[in-house]
Design a protein around this ligand. Sequence first.
Ligand SMILES: Nc1ncnc2c1ncn2[C@@H]1O[C@H](COP(=O)(O)OP(=O)(O)OP(=O)(O)O)[C@@H](O)[C@H]1O
Ligand SMILES: [Mg+2]
Length: 297
Amino acid sequence: MKHIIPVASGKGGVGKTVLSANIGTSLARSGKTVILIDLDLGGSNLHTFLGIKNSFPGIGSIIYREEPSLESVLIKTDIPKLFFIPGDSLLPGTANLNYFTKLKLIKAIKKLNADYIILDLASGSSFNTIDFFLISPSGLIITVPEATAVLNAYSFLKSALFRLLYRSFPPKSAERIKIINMLSKHIEGTNISLRNLTEVLSSGNAESGRIVNSVIKNFAPRLILNMNKSDRDSKVAEKLIEIVHKNLNINLNLIGIAAKSDAVPLSIIKRKPLCISCPEDVFSRSIKVITDKLILK
Ligand SMILES: Nc1ncnc2c1ncn2[C@@H]1O[C@H](COP(=O)(O)OP(=O)(O)OP(=O)(O)O)[C@@H](O)[C@H]1O
Ligand SMILES: [Mg+2]
């Protein structure tokens, strides 16, 4: 079975690319075919983490129609079964993809053939990032224990859920209008929660209620807490899961906790995923646990 795993975060610099590179490598080492795609358009740097030169065409070349398909820009890496599609670092200026190009890209990603397709995304809640994240109902959201990162992870999930609900109804529908009205009321500053939105959308129209409930039920993002230093840090993940459930009615699953390790920045300088150069490191061991869990699910 094919698994597409988008990797997102609310705040930048929390380890999406390090985790994508190491999880991808570790899955390939476990015998799975993996394609890593650099979808951080405007900030592509996954090649650096894999020790691959910045001289290959990638997503940028497809957007500018210099290459015909994703398959034509797929690169073999040094690691058996691990393949890579570069981002736009050769041809920048693609960060603001237009709607139809984005849809074409999403369609092409879904058609790729591999056991795991991992999408390293840009940070933040732009529509492009959210739409890439929503390619799968169970994308990975990364945070670190700091309050700002956790709050941004919450905001990202909220934006993703609203977008998912919005997209579930036809253009110009009454439901879409209600969703926009609700958003413009600045939910954070009031007591209005997503639970209220569900009620508003369900009222008077049982079918809309059913759609909303099924969208929420099928949305099951997974959380990784990165740069963990202590048990106290890991409590932060529990708190986030609790608040996401309470306010957004989403079941966020904690798939793993990745330890903070001084060896991680060094591995980036050496341009080799840590799980290969030092499998005994505390971070590499966390990656192995996460990978085993991903394979089980
Ligand atoms: N577990 C860890 N232990 C120590 N350092 C880490 C760990 N994870 C990430 N880092 C460091 O954090 C920095 C940011 O990591 P990375 O580039 O993967 O984040 P990102 O979320 O992809 O950032 P961006 O939003 O800019 O794409 C890197 O310098 C990396 O060395
Ligand atoms: Mg990154």
